[in-house]
Design a protein around this ligand. Structure first.
Ligand SMILES: [Zn+2]
Length: 174
């Protein structure tokens, strides 16, 4: 669920998210049938993604927990089980109803998923890529020191850039 939340954040925080790009991510994470996703849904989901990004950008666990508590207070309802009228396996929802708007479902379920991860791992559940040209949100569940980059690709690009700028400075310092 947290992976779906982050994949949706990446798609929604892209310069120009579209119904197609967001639908693709939803289908990759198991949604089927007619999604009924409209322009207004994408716009509302983009606003939700910006709030979720704040959680991943939090400087410490306490701050992330406070942001998640605010999100849960604003959006989550009492957990309930649904099988969507027999069309899916039973699972837990924390949004208002099975036909709640996409953005409400996205924000409530993602905040819940992040909260569970924070409690499991005792750390901010992810971060934003340290590459200034990327800043993509990522999940960070590993032990050890926190990740800095979204991908090996960004880490390599930044390492090469840092090496070049060191090589370019006359005394090799920096
Ligand atoms: Zn990156």
């Amino acid at each position: 669920m947290a992976a779906r939340a982050v994949d949706l954040c990446v798609a929604l925080l892209h310069r120009q998210p579209t119904i197609e790009s967001v639908s693709r991510v939803l289908r990759e994470h198991g949604e089927t049938g007619d999604l009924g996703l409209g322009e207004a849904d994408v716009a509302a989901m983009r606003a939700a993604a910006a709030r979720l990004r704040e959680v991943l950008a939090a400087p410490d666990t306490g701050r992330a927990a406070a942001l998640l508590n605010r999100l849960l207070a604003d959006t989550a309802r009492a957990p309930r089980l649904t099988d969507h009228g027999g069309s899916t396996s039973w699972h837990v929802h924390v949004d208002d109803a099975d036909d709640a708007p996409w953005a409400e479902w996205f924000l409530a379920s993602s905040a819940m998923a992040f909260a569970v991860l924070l409690a499991d791992h005792q750390r901010v559940p992810g971060g934003l890529c340290a590459s200034a040209s990327c800043r993509r949100p990522f999940l960070d569940l590993g032990g050890g020191s926190p990740r800095r980059f979204c991908s090996a690709r960004c880490a390599t690009r930044e390492r090469v850039a840092a090496h070049r700028s060191r090589a370019a400075s006359p005394d090799g310092s920096l």
